[in-house]
Design a binder for this molecule. Structure first.
Ligand code: GAR
Length: 208
Protein backbone atom coordinates (compact mmCIF):
# COMPACT_ATOMS: atom_id res chain seq x y z
CA UNK A 1 0.00 0.00 0.00
CA UNK A 2 1.33 3.41 -1.09
CA UNK A 3 1.21 5.73 1.92
CA UNK A 4 0.37 9.41 1.37
CA UNK A 5 0.61 12.28 3.86
CA UNK A 6 -1.34 15.43 2.95
CA UNK A 7 -0.38 18.84 4.35
CA UNK A 8 -3.15 21.47 4.40
CA UNK A 9 -3.98 24.94 5.69
CA UNK A 10 -7.47 25.69 4.43
CA UNK A 11 -10.63 24.39 2.82
CA UNK A 12 -9.17 21.12 1.61
CA UNK A 13 -10.92 20.76 -1.74
CA UNK A 14 -7.72 19.30 -3.19
CA UNK A 15 -7.55 16.87 -0.26
CA UNK A 16 -11.15 15.95 -1.10
CA UNK A 17 -10.15 15.30 -4.72
CA UNK A 18 -7.53 12.81 -3.50
CA UNK A 19 -9.97 11.16 -1.06
CA UNK A 20 -12.59 10.83 -3.84
CA UNK A 21 -10.01 9.45 -6.28
CA UNK A 22 -9.00 6.76 -3.80
CA UNK A 23 -12.63 5.94 -2.93
CA UNK A 24 -13.65 5.62 -6.59
CA UNK A 25 -10.57 3.61 -7.59
CA UNK A 26 -9.04 6.32 -9.78
CA UNK A 27 -6.03 6.03 -7.46
CA UNK A 28 -5.47 2.37 -6.60
CA UNK A 29 -3.48 0.71 -3.80
CA UNK A 30 -2.99 3.96 -1.92
CA UNK A 31 -4.02 5.25 1.49
CA UNK A 32 -3.94 8.71 3.05
CA UNK A 33 -2.03 7.88 6.21
CA UNK A 34 -2.34 11.33 7.78
CA UNK A 35 -3.56 14.88 7.15
CA UNK A 36 -1.44 17.52 8.85
CA UNK A 37 -2.45 21.16 9.25
CA UNK A 38 -0.70 24.25 10.58
CA UNK A 39 -4.15 25.67 11.39
CA UNK A 40 -6.59 23.93 13.72
CA UNK A 41 -9.59 25.67 12.12
CA UNK A 42 -8.78 24.33 8.63
CA UNK A 43 -11.92 22.76 7.15
CA UNK A 44 -9.64 20.20 5.51
CA UNK A 45 -9.36 18.55 8.95
CA UNK A 46 -13.14 18.05 9.02
CA UNK A 47 -12.98 16.45 5.59
CA UNK A 48 -10.26 14.07 6.86
CA UNK A 49 -12.19 13.16 10.01
CA UNK A 50 -15.37 12.55 7.96
CA UNK A 51 -13.35 9.96 6.06
CA UNK A 52 -11.77 8.38 9.16
CA UNK A 53 -8.33 9.70 8.25
CA UNK A 54 -5.87 10.37 11.04
CA UNK A 55 -5.24 14.12 11.57
CA UNK A 56 -2.55 16.14 13.29
CA UNK A 57 -2.24 19.89 13.97
CA UNK A 58 1.29 21.28 14.29
CA UNK A 59 1.27 25.07 14.64
CA UNK A 60 4.25 27.32 14.00
CA UNK A 61 3.38 29.55 16.93
CA UNK A 62 3.79 26.65 19.37
CA UNK A 63 7.53 26.64 18.62
CA UNK A 64 10.28 29.14 19.36
CA UNK A 65 11.25 29.39 15.72
CA UNK A 66 10.49 27.95 12.28
CA UNK A 67 13.40 25.49 12.44
CA UNK A 68 11.98 23.84 15.58
CA UNK A 69 8.51 23.78 13.99
CA UNK A 70 9.90 22.09 10.89
CA UNK A 71 11.84 19.59 13.01
CA UNK A 72 8.63 18.56 14.74
CA UNK A 73 6.90 18.24 11.37
CA UNK A 74 9.79 16.19 9.96
CA UNK A 75 9.78 13.84 12.99
CA UNK A 76 6.02 13.33 12.75
CA UNK A 77 6.03 12.70 9.00
CA UNK A 78 9.01 10.29 9.26
CA UNK A 79 7.18 8.33 11.97
CA UNK A 80 4.43 7.68 9.40
CA UNK A 81 6.88 6.11 6.86
CA UNK A 82 5.23 7.89 3.93
CA UNK A 83 5.85 7.21 0.24
CA UNK A 84 4.64 10.68 -0.78
CA UNK A 85 3.88 14.02 0.87
CA UNK A 86 1.30 16.17 -0.92
CA UNK A 87 1.10 19.90 -0.21
CA UNK A 88 -2.57 20.60 -0.90
CA UNK A 89 -3.10 24.26 -0.11
CA UNK A 90 -0.36 24.21 2.54
CA UNK A 91 0.59 27.85 3.07
CA UNK A 92 4.01 27.40 4.66
CA UNK A 93 7.23 27.76 2.65
CA UNK A 94 9.46 24.84 3.57
CA UNK A 95 13.22 25.12 4.05
CA UNK A 96 15.98 23.32 2.20
CA UNK A 97 16.54 21.16 5.29
CA UNK A 98 12.90 20.05 5.28
CA UNK A 99 12.92 19.27 1.58
CA UNK A 100 16.20 17.33 1.81
CA UNK A 101 14.64 15.04 4.40
CA UNK A 102 12.11 13.86 1.79
CA UNK A 103 14.02 14.09 -1.48
CA UNK A 104 11.71 13.87 -4.53
CA UNK A 105 8.91 12.74 -2.25
CA UNK A 106 7.05 16.05 -1.89
CA UNK A 107 4.67 17.47 -4.48
CA UNK A 108 2.69 20.71 -4.49
CA UNK A 109 -0.37 21.98 -6.34
CA UNK A 110 -0.14 25.60 -7.45
CA UNK A 111 -3.03 27.55 -9.04
CA UNK A 112 -1.21 28.99 -12.06
CA UNK A 113 0.84 27.88 -15.04
CA UNK A 114 4.29 28.02 -13.41
CA UNK A 115 6.53 30.01 -13.82
CA UNK A 116 3.80 32.64 -14.23
CA UNK A 117 2.38 34.00 -10.99
CA UNK A 118 4.46 31.73 -8.77
CA UNK A 119 7.06 32.04 -6.02
CA UNK A 120 7.02 34.15 -2.87
CA UNK A 121 3.87 36.24 -2.52
CA UNK A 122 1.80 34.23 -4.98
CA UNK A 123 -0.60 31.94 -3.16
CA UNK A 124 -4.34 31.38 -3.07
CA UNK A 125 -6.46 34.26 -4.38
CA UNK A 126 -3.39 36.47 -4.92
CA UNK A 127 -2.47 34.31 -7.90
CA UNK A 128 -5.82 34.90 -9.60
CA UNK A 129 -5.74 38.63 -8.77
CA UNK A 130 -2.37 38.79 -10.55
CA UNK A 131 -3.69 36.93 -13.59
CA UNK A 132 -6.70 39.26 -13.93
CA UNK A 133 -4.67 42.43 -13.31
CA UNK A 134 -2.28 41.41 -16.10
CA UNK A 135 -5.15 40.65 -18.42
CA UNK A 136 -4.01 37.09 -19.11
CA UNK A 137 -6.32 35.13 -21.38
CA UNK A 138 -5.10 31.72 -20.23
CA UNK A 139 -4.19 30.52 -16.76
CA UNK A 140 -4.30 27.09 -15.14
CA UNK A 141 -2.69 24.92 -12.50
CA UNK A 142 0.57 23.05 -12.00
CA UNK A 143 1.65 20.06 -9.94
CA UNK A 144 5.38 20.03 -9.30
CA UNK A 145 7.98 18.40 -7.11
CA UNK A 146 9.01 20.57 -4.19
CA UNK A 147 12.57 21.83 -3.93
CA UNK A 148 14.11 24.54 -1.75
CA UNK A 149 13.04 27.15 -4.34
CA UNK A 150 9.40 28.21 -3.82
CA UNK A 151 7.34 26.80 -6.75
CA UNK A 152 10.64 26.11 -8.56
CA UNK A 153 10.79 22.31 -8.59
CA UNK A 154 10.36 19.99 -11.60
CA UNK A 155 6.92 20.29 -13.20
CA UNK A 156 4.86 17.07 -13.32
CA UNK A 157 1.59 18.18 -14.96
CA UNK A 158 0.00 21.44 -16.06
CA UNK A 159 -3.52 22.13 -17.28
CA UNK A 160 -4.81 25.33 -18.86
CA UNK A 161 -7.99 27.21 -18.04
CA UNK A 162 -9.35 30.03 -20.21
CA UNK A 163 -10.00 33.36 -18.49
CA UNK A 164 -13.43 34.93 -19.14
CA UNK A 165 -13.96 38.68 -19.57
CA UNK A 166 -16.32 38.79 -16.61
CA UNK A 167 -14.19 36.62 -14.28
CA UNK A 168 -13.69 37.80 -10.70
CA UNK A 169 -10.82 36.59 -8.48
CA UNK A 170 -13.24 34.16 -6.88
CA UNK A 171 -14.86 32.86 -10.08
CA UNK A 172 -11.46 32.27 -11.64
CA UNK A 173 -10.19 30.51 -8.51
CA UNK A 174 -13.25 28.23 -8.57
CA UNK A 175 -12.86 27.35 -12.26
CA UNK A 176 -9.11 26.72 -11.94
CA UNK A 177 -9.88 24.31 -9.10
CA UNK A 178 -12.73 22.55 -10.91
CA UNK A 179 -11.21 22.43 -14.40
CA UNK A 180 -7.58 21.88 -13.48
CA UNK A 181 -6.47 21.34 -9.87
CA UNK A 182 -8.85 18.55 -8.86
CA UNK A 183 -7.98 16.67 -12.06
CA UNK A 184 -4.22 16.99 -12.27
CA UNK A 185 -3.45 16.36 -8.61
CA UNK A 186 -4.79 12.76 -8.64
CA UNK A 187 -3.15 12.26 -12.06
CA UNK A 188 0.22 13.35 -10.71
CA UNK A 189 -0.11 11.01 -7.72
CA UNK A 190 -0.85 8.13 -10.10
CA UNK A 191 2.21 8.94 -12.23
CA UNK A 192 4.42 8.69 -9.13
CA UNK A 193 2.66 5.70 -7.58
CA UNK A 194 2.89 3.76 -10.85
CA UNK A 195 6.55 4.80 -11.32
CA UNK A 196 5.76 6.33 -14.72
CA UNK A 197 8.04 9.36 -14.37
CA UNK A 198 11.62 10.19 -13.49
CA UNK A 199 13.54 13.43 -12.96
CA UNK A 200 16.39 14.09 -15.38
CA UNK A 201 18.33 17.37 -15.05
CA UNK A 202 15.53 18.95 -13.05
CA UNK A 203 12.95 18.02 -15.69
CA UNK A 204 10.24 15.37 -15.34
CA UNK A 205 10.29 12.75 -18.11
CA UNK A 206 7.95 9.85 -18.83
CA UNK A 207 9.59 6.47 -18.35
CA UNK A 208 8.91 4.55 -21.56
C1 GAR B 1 -5.64 25.86 -4.06
O1 GAR B 1 -6.10 26.69 -5.08
C2 GAR B 1 -4.16 25.61 -4.20
O2 GAR B 1 -3.75 25.48 -5.52
C3 GAR B 1 -3.59 26.85 -3.57
O3 GAR B 1 -4.43 27.08 -2.45
C4 GAR B 1 -5.73 26.56 -2.70
C5 GAR B 1 -6.08 25.61 -1.59
O4 GAR B 1 -7.42 25.19 -1.71
N1 GAR B 1 -2.22 26.68 -3.22
C6 GAR B 1 -1.32 27.66 -3.29
O5 GAR B 1 -1.60 28.80 -3.61
C7 GAR B 1 0.09 27.25 -2.91
N2 GAR B 1 1.03 28.25 -3.33
P1 GAR B 1 -7.95 23.88 -0.98
O6 GAR B 1 -7.58 24.01 0.49
O7 GAR B 1 -9.43 23.93 -1.18
O8 GAR B 1 -7.32 22.67 -1.61
Amino acid sequence: MFKIGVLVSGGGTNLQAIIDSINTGVIKNAKIETVVSNKEEAFALVRAKNNNIDTKVIKIKDFENKELYENALIDYLKSKELDLIVLAGFMVILSENFVNNFKNKIINIHPSLIPAFSGAGYYGLKVHQGVLARGCKITGATVHFVTEEADGGPIIIQKEVFVKDDDTDESLQKRVMEEAEWKILPQAINLILNKEIEIVNNVVRRIC
